[in-house]
Write a protein that binds this ligand. Structure first.
Ligand code: THG
Length: 602
């Protein structure tokens, strides 16, 4: 098979099975570095690869899983020597069968910040070294597997994209509850890895086919129908006596049958599986066609633990923004993260679903501060972030360290802006907001704003950003100064949604500048905007009139079925219930502030 044909197969292809299992059977001592065998016993390694190729594996993973600088510390061989030998062994075994040789890459064996001490850019550099060695040795593709930290996978994916043009298969390991050891969900993995340029996403290790199946199904639903998905389950669960895994090749094949309906790109085995397991999969996947029907893709923003499906009104907290606030500007100049984190925590409590992050102020080194603030926020709150900056370098620095899929609030319809921002959003897998303003200012009429939106949308699509990740802001003007434009903004919003099929966003509070009773106007405008099709509302989440407008709208639009959320909220506002609610809010506030302190220390 040619690499260029990898994703054009008409049948689900087979991956290989366990390497460790085979090496132990061949007498490898526990504690020995299996990767050194690439040099000390190449025939043994080539022979195992060849057994898999003969069993039908079309992609064979080289014996390079643990070839990281940290894990090889003290070895007589360099990382480059071990990888070169590993790829060479694998290629020799693949050649007679036309199989592809993958550079197999696992976690580095060091914990990344903030859980450990390895800095993100150092992790990128370690992976870059591995990728360069694999590419130089002639690997056909890169296989990242058994990751449990999404942040580490991001470092690996960036390194792969920046140092090779090889296809990348990315696979994480999940516990029975559908989260990795560090808490990452299947959906956050699928969405984030796809955004960062993985060619295929998969699940391997930890569990057997039966346990992995529901997670694999979720993974297929989190990515487009034509996006390749694969699995490599273990041979069941480890036996209690430590004597290996609990299912036979036959039972493994039986448990793999349901996967046919997921129309996977590829399937194989992990710990405990042998060539016999793979051989029996030929029958299981015979005639199984990869790729599922297209399904409407949700607009998703996420962090490892939190997945926001922007379907209907979503609240973006606006308060991490120093504009016009002396105290906030001073905090940023003094690098007072605690101040920023308090703004974050209070907005989480008030019900924000996404947080806008703007750290631009006079005397602030925005490119240096943005990533610091993003990291500090992500160590304390799990909400997705909206990176808000007109400084392209600040934006890239923030995007680089962000863990998950963010949204960028930075561009308008000016061509040079679009040229700078859209490739960044594409590279880092971010959604993007485009404002309907260009060099000539904000057009008064809806048709002209839609014309700018149309240019933004086609530039974004051309840059490779999927339509569901494109958000248009038709711009809230002030009712006091531009009364006739209020309804024009909403008319253009509806047109953008209907004609361009994109999501919409508005900063709500602009509407009321210069008028009294601002909360009333904000809430009324928000209601009109929701009815016009608003998806993201940038607002103060603590503004009760606006939050109540959302609660009411969810009832009136039929989204809050049987008014359940509405009733729960308002019945809690009376008598003892209100008192208890207030004190439980105080408790959770205390917990959050503790987390803030820990986040700062850690
Ligand atoms: N569209 C997009 N992005 C935006 C806006 C928009 N970003 C900036 C702004 N508009 C939305 N963000 C804020 C942030 C803070 C405040 C208002 C909007 C704010 N306002 C106080 C007020 O309304 O009185 C003033 C400061 C205070 O004292 O609290 O804080 O439209 N895409």
């Amino acid at each position: 098979m040619q690499v260029s044909e990898l994703f054009k197969q008409s049948n689900t292809i087979l991956l290989d099975g366990g390497m460790g299992t085979m090496l132990q059977a061949a007498g490898l001592k526990l504690g020995a570095r299996p990767e050194e065998l690439n040099i000390t016993d190449p025939q043994l390694i080539e022979g195992i690869h060849a057994q898999y190729a003969a069993a039908g594996s079309r992609i064979i993973n080289a014996n390079t899983f643990g070839a990281s600088a940290h894990k090889l510390a003290g070895s007589a061989y360099s990382l480059e020597e071990i990888i070169a030998a590993g790829i060479a062994n694998c290629k020799r075994a693949c050649a007679p069968y036309g199989a592809l040789a993958a550079l197999d890459v696992g976690p580095l064996g060091e914990l990344l910040e903030p859980n450990g001490t390895l800095a993100f850019e150092d992790a990128v550099e370690e992976y870059a070294r591995i990728v360069r060695a694999g590419a130089a040795a002639g690997a056909d593709l890169i296989f990242f597997e058994t990751f449990t930290d999404l942040y580490e996978l991001k470092a690996a994916l960036l390194a792969a994209r920046e140092n090779s043009s090889l296809p990348i298969l990315a696979s994480m390991s999940f516990e029975a509850g559908g989260r990795t050891f560090t808490g990452c969900t299947v959906e956050s993995f699928g969405v984030t890895a796809r955004g960062l340029g993985a060619s295929a996403v998969g699940i391997n290790c930890s569990l057997g086919p039966k346990e992995i199946f529901p997670m694999a199904k979720r993974l297929t639903e989190a990515v487009p129908g034509n996006f390749p998905v694969f699995v490599k389950p273990n041979a069941g669960l480890p036996r209690a006596d430590g004597s290996g895994y609990d299912i036979t090749p036959q039972l493994f094949a039986l448990e793999m049958k349901p996967y046919r309906e997921l129309n996977l790109f590829a399937a194989g085995g992990c710990c405990g599986t042998t060539p016999e397991f793979i051989r029996l999969l030929n029958g299981v996947f015979k005639g199984c066609v990869p790729g599922r029907p297209a399904h409407a893709m949700p607009s998703v923003l996420c962090t490892p633990m939190n997945y926001v499906n922007v379907d209907g009104i979503t609240v973006v907290g606006e308060r991490i923004n120093p504009t016009g606030k002396k105290r906030f500007q001073q905090a940023l100049r003094e690098n007072d993260m605690n101040y920023v984190l308090e703004q974050a925590v209070s907005q989480v409590e008030a019900g924000a679903q996404v947080l806008d992050v703007n750290v631009g102020a006079p005397g602030v080194d925005e490119p240096a501060l943005m990533p610091q603030v993003v990291k500090a926020l992500q160590s304390v709150v799990s909400l997705p972030l909206q990176l808000d900056s007109s400084n392209v370098q600040a934006l890239e620095n923030g995007l680089r360290v962000y863990n998950g899929k963010p949204i960028v609030n930075s561009t308008n319809g000016e061509p040079e802006k679009l040229r700078a921002i859209l490739p960044l959003c594409k590279k880092y897998g971010a959604a993007v907001i485009g404002l309907t303003v260009d060099g000539a200012g904000i057009p008064a009429r809806a048709e002209e704003r839609v014309a700018i939106a149309r240019r933004i949308v086609s530039a974004a699509l051309e840059a490779g950003i999927p339509r569901e990740d494109i958000y248009i802001d038709c711009l809230t003007l002030t009712a006091s100064a531009q009364q006739d434009d209020v309804l024009e903004t909403l008319r253009s919003l509806t047109m953008c949604k209907q004609e361009l099929g994109v999501r919409t966003v508005l900063g709500v509070s602009n509407i009321s500048f210069g008028l009294p009773g601002r909360g009333v106007l904000n809430a009324a405008f928000l209601t009109l905007a929701m009815n016009a099709g608003l998806d993201l509302a940038i607002m103060d989440p603590a503004a009760q009139e606006s939050q109540n407008a959302i609660r009411a709208y969810q009832v009136l639009s039929g989204r809050d079925r049987h008014s359940t959320a509405y009733i729960a909220h308002f019945s809690g506002e009376t008598g003892m219930a209100a008192h208890e609610k207030a004190s439980s809010r105080a408790d959770s506030r205390e917990q959050l502030m503790k987390a803030v302190e820990q986040g700062l220390r850690g």
